[in-house]
Design a protein around this ligand. Structure first.
Ligand code: UT7
Length: 358
């Protein structure tokens, strides 16, 4: 780097072949999303299939949730890493990156392949990311936002240049397909993004993350943790499935997701007009609509794929980015918002860094 003096102020010249050199100390280092990957399994479980399994019907599911079908990961020995791995591999192929270049993989999930090791360790092994440190984040449906914020902080520290953030869940592994209150909602899927340094103002610009452990009473899995380890009794009592008090969660979700999204706009001096896309967690179409209304956004600016995949927990946000990637433009302001178990919730502002497919 060459240092000149201009009006007594230092000027840093950037070498064209050294893209990570900071050209001017006043320019902020941000974490840009530079590629997206996503994966859903082939097997489709439709509302009509569920009509054969529990006392429900297509009309009820559509009108109360917006869901028409969801994907299920089939096959002995397949876990959440089998959803995250193809998403990461897509990114490596698209960007022509050798897996050994990846420095960190963070996986958000509530359905890890095993209690330990972390699913991120398994994904790193499966893709050949031999130099990456990797770990999981457990923040339920807000997991991807938490992991994205963490990954961005690693990049912003200046210490790392290639971080992959995965959000993936094999929800079918913890769903009771005799419980109509929960089995209609969830599906399996996952996605991933690559984060790289940027000095031009693109990438993750702001995040508001929240949690309230009081919410654990309304949405949790009763057994299988250290408080109530698995036993014959817990299995017989069906305590290894999702327990949800839907109406209570619904009320908190509508308020939580909308409040935090509005707060994010306000503190960045933005209005709905400045936002190109809302990327909402896909839990219930009515929660999505409430958040969009609060932000003053028309439906055309809201990514909605709940009808195809249902609620894939940590997978919903990156799966939306994957489905809409071809329509995104460099400079688009995007708000990602989520609410889920914990309770956890949050919203993140991203300035999109590239046009169309990466
Ligand atoms: O992503 C993590 C965060 N989770 C969420 O954000 C989920 C938030 N909650 C919800 O999305 C909604 O509460 C549900 C979709 C889970 C349920 O919708 P709801 O409008 O809150 O229904 P409800 O639980 O109040 O039930 C209304 C009625 C009940 O019958 P009665 O008591 O009025 O006769 C239920 O028994 O609908 C009945 N019902 C069903 N009927 C047909 C509940 N589930 C079903 C079903 N099919 N699958």
């Amino acid at each position: 780097m060459i240092l000149l003096k201009h009006n007594n102020a230092p000027v840093y010249l950037q070498f064209p072949n050294r893209p990570y050199l900071r050209p001017d100390m006043s320019q902020k280092l941000t974490a840009a999303i530079t590629a997206v990957g996503g994966f859903v399994p082939d097997h489709v479980l439709s509302n009509f299939d569920l009509e054969q399994m529990v006392d429900t019907n297509d009309e009820w599911i559509r009108s109360r949730t917006g869901i028409e079908e969801r994907r299920i990961l089939k096959g002995e020995g397949k876990g959440t890493s089998d959803l995250g791995t193809p998403a990461v591999q897509q990114i490596l192929t698209k960007k022509g990156i050798d897996p050994s270049e990846i420095e960190c993989i963070i996986c958000a999930t509530v359905t890890p392949d095993m209690v330990f090791p972390a699913t991120a360790n398994i994904i790193a092994d499966k893709v050949g990311a031999v130099n990456a440190f990797s770990f999981d984040i457990g923040a339920a449906c807000s997991g991807f936002l938490y992991a994205l914020t963490q990954g961005a902080a690693f990049i912003e520290s200046g210490r790392y240049k290639k971080v992959i953030v995965v959000g993936a869940d094999k929800m079918s592994s913890i769903i009771d397909y005799t419980d109509r209150a929960t089995c209609i909602i969830f599906g399996d899927g996952g996605g991933a993004v690559l984060l790289e340094p940027n000095y031009d103002g693109y990438g993750v610009l702001d995040s508001i993350l929240r949690s309230d452990g009081q919410g654990r009473h309304f949405l949790h899995m009763k057994a299988g943790g250290s408080m109530k380890p698995a036993s014959i009794e817990t299995v017989m009592a069906k305590e290894h499935f999702v327990y949800q008090e839907g109406q209570a969660v619904f009320k908190f979700a509508v308020k939580g997701m909308a409040d935090v999204s509005a707060e994010l706009l306000e503190r960045n001096n933005l209005t709905g007009d400045d936002i190109a896309w809302l990327v909402p967690h896909q839990a219930n179409l009515r929660i999505i609509d409430a958040t969009a209304n609060r932000m003053g956004l028309p439906k055309e600016k809201v990514m909605i794929n709940i009808q195809k995949y249902g609620n894939t927990t940590a997978g919903t946000l990156p799966l939306c980015l994957k489905d809409w990637e071809s329509q995104l433009k460099k400079g688009d302001n995007i708000v990602l918002a989520a609410f889920g178990g914990g309770f956890t919730w949050g919203a993140t502002l991203v300035k999109w860094a590239y046009d169309g497919n990466s």
